[in-house]
Ligand binder design. Sequence first.
Ligand code: 6GU
Length: 264
Amino acid sequence: MRIDILTLFPDMFQGPFSQSIIKRASDRDLVNIVIHNIRDYTHDRHHVVDDYPYGGGAGMVLKPAPIFQAVESIKPETGHQGEATGGGASAAPVILLTPQGRLFCQGIAQEIAKCHHLILICGRYEGVDERVRDYLVTDEISIGDYVLSGGELAAMVIVDAVVRLLPGALGSDASALDDSHATGLLEYPHYTRPPVYRGWAVPEVLLSGDHARIAKWRREQAILRTLRRRPGLLEEATLSEEERQLISKTEQSGFSMSSSSEQE
Ligand code: 6GU
């Protein structure tokens, strides 16, 4: 997968992208992340990227030309513009990171992880000239209902969530399957040695070696944790009849029953 990121602050990406999963995925050529400074696509002497808003008002607006030029210089380079793609592979999505975008979630991460090529534009200042939205961008994404100073941190969040889904990016491909949200549920509790720490014991079932019992316990814990912390998520989750009964019973008992650690 190739990811091009357009930003006015390329240095912000150096730390996060040179560590951990993203670093390993880059080293293994699972992903090629290319950071572009929007300022490099200006042609005037002072490399001006922003200007006053028409109609007045506070703040500056990112000019359209450098952003269009950056995207157009990337597309032919990667052979996606107007190219016959031989079925399936479509042009690279051009995603603007903005608080006005659709809300990012695991489903969108999975959708993006299927792309061969992706272009992310980090908005800044008061905004971006609307013609970038109207004639260049194919999607707008926000990472939550709060305002960041720019799209850079959002781009890092999205790249992290997407890259860890690429086959081979994690130590074991199984590890992403149980993640919180991957199943539509929050994750079950984890324990490691020692079996008793400061008098607090690991749930007995996990030491039993009975894999079927362990799987059942984990699934129940995931459901109960989701019910208590994020009940809205259960509306979308795929649950068995038995699991729906567990939920009703827990709700009827005023959430007091617990099959061990899920008491909070
Ligand atoms: Cl994508 N950008 C900015 N500036 N703020 C945000 C955001 C994006 N997502 C949430 N807040």
